[in-house]
Write a protein that binds this ligand. Structure first.
Ligand SMILES: [Ca+2]
Length: 226
């Protein structure tokens, strides 16, 4: 038996220094365990980093989409001449079309004045689309949108049934979006039921492996009061 670090005389009377095979195997095994531990910490940090990055990207996407809709819808009915007859034309639970005479020429049907928001699907991906003028093709505002929900309220704050039969009663619009991450995460299961502010289920449970974000905003359409 050789002892590490000590000189020892072997049977033939020579001194030698080193490791035995057993010691080497133990050292290799310990190194393996340590490396395995380091790798598993690395893996778990890496996957939590990827999940965090995905959640951040998701939040940015859902906020950007909401920003565009809020900006447009808040101007619905903008009619500086009073002759354009601008306002909300169609008010569905997942579809809206409205006009606004932004350049004040009395014509509310020009580019960026006749706007519609709805979900559409291309290449297997559901997107939030913005159309203007109404006959044009959808411009994608956000991808991976699982739900788009509109709730319309009158001047007294009462919820109007959709599709709203008399859109001139609408004073504010509550928008809810559910957007999902780009990639599924096998370590995550999504069993959430997504609801709007009035408790109505708008999506889920998907029972899949996608992370999602729900965002709600209420837009007061000041121009519709006139
Ligand atoms: Ca105009």
């Amino acid at each position: 038996m050789l002892i590490r670090g000590k000189k020892q005389e072997d049977r033939r009377g020579r001194f030698s220094q080193g490791f035995t095979l057993v010691e080497l195997l133990i050292a290799v095994a310990i190194a393996g365990i340590v490396m395995g531990g380091i790798y598993s910490v690395y893996r778990s940090q890496q996957s939590s980093y990827v999940a965090q990055a995905q959640v951040t990207a998701l939040e940015q996407q859902v906020r950007a989409a909401m920003f565009f809709m809020q900006r447009d819808i808040s101007m619905a009915g903008c009619d500086p001449t009073g002759h354009a007859n601008a306002g909300i034309l169609t008010a569905g639970s997942n579809f809206i079309r409205f006009t606004e005479d932004l350049n004040g020429n009395g014509d509310p049907g020009e580019y960026n004045e006749d706007i519609a928001y709805a979900l559409y699907r291309t290449g297997g991906v559901q997107k939030l689309g913005r159309k203007t003028p109404f006959t044009a093709t959808n411009q994608p505002v956000a991808e991976g949108v699982d739900a788009l929900d509109f709730v319309y309220l009158d001047a007294a704050g009462n919820v109007l049934l959709t599709p709203v039969s008399d859109p001139s009663r609408i004073r504010s619009v509550q928008i809810t979006l559910v957007v999902r991450g780009e990639k599924a995460d096998p370590h995550f299961s999504n069993t959430t039921i997504y609801r709007n502010q009035f408790g109505a289920r708008i999506f889920g449970p998907a029972n899949d492996h996608f992370r999602r974000r729900l965002l709600t905003a209420e837009v007061l359409c000041r121009n519709l009061a006139f």
